[in-house]
Design a protein around this ligand. Sequence first.
Ligand SMILES: CC(C)CCOP(=O)(O)OP(=O)(O)O
Ligand SMILES: [Mg+2]
Ligand SMILES: [Mg+2]
Ligand SMILES: [Mg+2]
Length: 146
Amino acid sequence: ATATPPSTPIPKVGVAVFLLNGSKVLLGKRLSAIGHSTFALPGGHLEFGESFEECAAREVKEETGLEIDKTEYLTVTNNVISEKVHVVCIFMRATPADPNQKPQTLEPEKCDGWDWYEWNNLPKPLFGPLENMVQSGYNPFPTTAS
Ligand SMILES: CC(C)CCOP(=O)(O)OP(=O)(O)O
Ligand SMILES: [Mg+2]
Ligand SMILES: [Mg+2]
Ligand SMILES: [Mg+2]
């Protein structure tokens, strides 16, 4: 029998959410294989038929229990993370519907816990796609009209 050739990995779409609370952003340390032990935004794979906003709300709810408001598209980056993983990351911004609600660690096998971090004092190491954004000087906060 002829060996089946190794299939070429297919690029996937991830949606990551800058959940902003004052000058803070929600981050969690990943325990998944991809980005293990790095701090990442809540988010996940875009599922069939979802809008970016629907995916953002679903993933944040699934992972943290938080409802979000004012969800808007920010930017997109192209991330070839390894030989097997290529993810187009759609970055969204949103605010927690209840700024006082505590995030819950609903997927303890994927995340070591969520915390709010000052944008100018982020934990290290950051998950690759986020690190690249920070290095580029990207500012996810709404610019207050001068
Ligand atoms: C790897 C990442 C950039 C895209 C997928 O994110 P994720 O691993 O958090 O996916 P899920 O939350 O959907 O499990
Ligand atoms: Mg998820
Ligand atoms: Mg998912
Ligand atoms: Mg996720």
